[in-house]
Design a protein around this ligand. Structure first.
Ligand code: SAM
Length: 280
């Protein structure tokens, strides 16, 4: 089943948190000269036009990036992320939203590599086209989980792996844990970031328990909720689970997350949290 299209959701509150964390991880990895691999298992189309029928239908970006974009009191922790969004919106008008591969493309250096995977028959050609002239990038139409076996460890022995499935199939909650386990077996020093939605809290709890049961250590969880948990349909919160987080990430997000919550949820409902699922 491939009915999920990220174009309906690009730039929403979940993307803002996800891409803030993604950008901070990339910036930390850049502190060493040695190259690294950015592996994106579920890449999407790459670029999203915010005037498209899909974006306008849901209007999700209006309660996401559009709220952050208007601010002039942005904390320094958001600068890498917003520099990437600006790079695709020359002139200052918010017209396009860059997905995770384009954010990485903007922030990565000449010596780094991108390995991007997308399965959707419409989104994959768009992604491939975006990267056609980038010698650092390989775009593959295939199963993202498979790449955790075939591409790890990276030849550079440094890497950041973003795992961002749609969870339209409930099996994704277990597949991400199995995928991380496969990747970790081959490459235990990589930074792994797993995005998750909170639709039913129980599903997230089970996924976290399965992750704890793998015995993997050094796992940080970062979450922003725009509503209280609910058993009705729809995402009330989202988060990033980061294995081997850069040492500054917890502190950086402890500044960025409350600010994002104030800006994204002016009603003041929901919550933010940063916890260690497993310490080092
Ligand atoms: C949440 S979106 C990705 C968004 C993107 N990472 C970003 O932040 O801009 C999930 C994507 O995964 C794709 N997809 C679904 N199952 C997949 C699989 N098994 N392997 C690779 N891609 C898959 C979907 O078509 C969709 O484009």
């Amino acid at each position: 089943m491939l009915s999920y299209r990220h174009s309906f959701h690009a730039g929403n509150h979940a993307d803002v948190v996800k891409h803030t964390v993604q950008s901070l991880i990339i910036e930390s990895l850049k502190e060493k000269e040695k190259p690294f691999l950015y592996l994106d298992t579920h890449s999407g189309a790459g670029r999203y036009y915010l005037g498209s029928e899909h974006a306008e239908k849901t209007g999700e970006f209006l309660a996401g990036i559009a709220r952050v974009w208007q601010r002039d009191d942005v904390p320094a922790e958001l600068e890498p992320y917003l520099s990437a969004v600006s790079a695709y919106n020359k002139g200052g008008n918010l017209k396009y939203y860059p997905g995770s591969p384009l954010i990485a493309r903007h922030l990565l250096r000449e010596q780094d590599k991108l390995h991007l995977t997308e399965l959707h028959p419409t989104d994959f050609p768009l992604l491939r086209q975006e990267f056609a002239k980038d010698p650092r990038a390989t775009a593959v139409r295939g199963n993202g989980y498979q790449q955790l076996k075939s591409q790890l460890p990276p030849t550079s022995r440094r890497g950041f792996i973003l795992i961002d499935p749609p969870y339209e199939m409930k099996t994704d909650y277990q597949a991400v844990v199995d995928g991380i386990q496969e990747g970790y077996k081959r490459f235990a020093t990589g930074v792994y970031a797993l995005w998750y939605p909170v639709v039913l809290r129980q599903q997230v709890k089970r996924m976290i328990q399965a992750l704890k049961d793998t015995g993997i250590r050094n796992i940080l969880q970062i979450e922003l909720a725009v509503q209280p948990d609910s058993d009705r349909r729809g995402m009330t919160a989202s988060g990033m689970i980061v294995i081997n987080p850069p040492w500054k990430l917890e502190q950086q997000m402890s500044v960025a997350l409350p600010w994002l919550h104030r800006v994204l949820v002016p009603e003041g409902i929901g919550h933010t949290s940063i916890n260690w699922i497993a310490p080092e």
